[in-house]
Design a protein around this ligand. Sequence first.
Ligand code: BTN
Length: 337
Amino acid sequence: MDTRRAVLDGLRDGPVSGPALADDLGVSRAAVWKAVESLREEGFAVESTPDGYVAPTDPGYSAAGIEFGLDAPYAVEYHDQIPSTNDRGRELAATGETDVAVVADEQTGGRGRLGREFVAPSGGVWLSIVARPTVSPARAPLFTLAASVAAADASRAAGVDARIKWPNDLLVGGESAPANDAGSRASDATEHSDPTGRGGRKLAGILTEMEGEADRVSWIVVGIGVNANIDAETLPTDATSLRAELGADVDRRQFVATLLERFHDLTATDDGLDQVLPAWRERASTLGGRVRVETPGGSVVGTAVDVEPPGALVIETEDGTRRVHAGDCEHLRDAER
Ligand code: BTN
């Protein structure tokens, strides 16, 4: 761990003196002083008190602010504005970096799935996690599912009940099937509370990119975009934001920390990866409902009954069971069923 991060960690438990930090970290006092100065230059206003160094009361939405108190080994690279955190993540991955979270307040060239543009104004949570996992490419889709679980959990911790639409959108509102009733239809009612008729309003999306060989992943960049502190009026009618749902802003620093910690728990070990699908199923709004998935081979309509490793949606159709691995998924209204 570098001295800067070690100093940030050392500041977690209240005032700590420079000499005590230097002893604990096994570095010189000058190295501690240099790290404190560099944190201050970044805007993380470490105070000097008679009892020692003290972290600022408001750590701020910045690299040091997010790393402060973070229980996951990611180094954060923060940008006020950047074309795309995924593009930057790919650059870092290409130079051999790993365990970096690129975070931006605003993206000017955000990218969505299927080559689409992704609008990402100031106030959102736009971030890309760079990892070099020792897994086969076949398990890589689990990282996308883990990101949707992590983003759902961070949203819930912030007070917004977000559910996952296969493969990786987060939605708020709308009807959803009971998680333990995945084999049946969500509802036979013709009336429902879904404001969009599409399973709710979109809160977040995920774009995963990777490079690998036949038997191993070289790097993976998981890009997560959450409409956080964004006005509802500036969003498309089928989208929502944390601000719109809560009527107040969320602490993006806390949100990102929760998301990164959860993502790390789910992806850092084989045990974690084994938990991804069950956790995804529990948070899914797609299972048990009628769907239409536009796949490269045509559209598949039926009841979504399960998600199978490494992330295929299992659909019961009139012609039998189909497994789809990629595509745009639409939750169907009763009238369309
Ligand atoms: C989608 O809904 O189509 C996926 C959207 C993914 C957006 C995120 S925001 C952070 C990262 N950087 C990008 O350019 N895209 C992803």
